[in-house]
Design a protein around this ligand. Structure first.
Ligand code: NAP
Length: 284
């Protein structure tokens, strides 16, 4: 079997077009969805991420504010900025780019963001909403993975989903979203003794580890949906995921490539969350 490719670029394009349409409708009512992105320090990778987020906003009718701060900014000063943005009616979503300099506690910063503006979905309140099945903002990467799975047309009810990785930002929320969609879910991690024993049973396999070739062909059930969240570099320095794409695509039924799979969906779901924050604010 050669897997069908789940094209994250094409799906992103479709969803972003819908975002632009809904943003235009909201703007016609006098509300332009607004995202504030805060960057502290000069980490080059973070600078690229925030630029891409701001650019995506601008291209789809969302207003965005990029605040760059020196790495010496104090935690108190950053908390003051968040407090001001929390009450700014032009801002519907607030995102603080991680990692932060060591003298700033990321948990304190995330918890300071108003829940109705927590478009990254990282606060404990947002996590609690997800856990309880309440409406709220879902972390963008797992939310994007769910959209990729949905795009295959496969109903998750009764399927066995296996997630490799249990981080608060990817693995755990991914498992909860799959559970909410009525899959039976197994979560694996670095202390799982026989990873292949679990992955071979997966109708849907999500790899969120950060180590290339974690998933090889012998670990995948025939016809499975394989979602590769990992971002790694191969020996030639090229981007690759956690899945050995060239062999797994001969076994899987569906597979996301890296690049061009989960990556573009993460920013897309940030746009969706920001738009939804603005829509909720406009109707409240
Ligand atoms: P993380 O916080 O480092 O978590 C990695 C998880 O993998 C941990 O739960 C860890 O287990 C588990 N793990 C490590 N080695 C393992 C092994 N040998 N077998 C099974 N599990 C193992 O990373 P993350 O933030 O979740 O991100 C995971 C990957 O996704 C990274 O490559 C990251 O760059 C990428 N990512 C991509 C996007 C995107 O937009 N495409 C967004 C976010 C993240 P323990 O908990 O036991 O340590």
């Amino acid at each position: 079997m050669t897997a069908q490719i789940i094209d994250g670029v094409a799906l992103s394009r479709q969803i972003r077009a819908q975002v632009a349409e809904r943003a235009a409708k909201l703007a016609a009512r006098g509300v332009q969805p607004g995202l504030a992105v805060l960057l502290v320090g000069e980490d080059p990778a973070s600078a690229v991420y925030v630029r891409n987020k701001v650019k995506a906003c601008e291209e789809h009718g969302l207003h965005s504010v990029l605040e760059r701060h020196e790495s010496t900014l104090s935690e108190a000063a950053l908390l003051d900025r968040i407090a001001a943005l929390n009450t700014d009616p032009a801002i519907h979503g607030i995102l603080v780019q991680m990692p932060l300099p060591r003298h700033i506690d990321p948990h304190r910063i995330i918890e300071a963001i108003a829940t109705q503006k927590d478009v990254d979905g990282f606060s404990t309140l947002s996590a609690g909403e997800l856990m309880s099945g309440l409406p709220g903002f879902r972390p963008c990467t797992p939310y994007g993975c769910m959209k990729l799975i949905e795009s295959t047309g496969i109903d998750l009810r009764g399927k066995h989903a296996v997630v490799i990785g249990r981080s608060n930002t990817v693995g755990k929320p991914m498992a909860l979203l799959l559970l909410q969609a009525n899959a039976t879910v197994t979560v694996c991690h670095s202390a799982t003794p026989d990873l292949a024993l679990h992955t071979r049973q997966a109708d849907v396999l999500v790899a969120a580890v950060g180590r290339r070739n974690t998933v090889t062909a012998g670990m995948v059930k025939d016809g499975a949906v394989v979602i590769d969240v990992g971002i790694n570099r191969n020996d030639e320095g090229k981007l690759c995921g956690d899945v050995d794409y060239s062999t797994v695509r001969d076994v899987a039924g569906w597979i996301t490539p890296v690049p061009g799979g989960v990556g573009p969906m993460t920013i897309t779901m940030l746009l969706v969350n920001t738009l939804e924050a603005a829509e909720r604010a406009a109707t409240s």
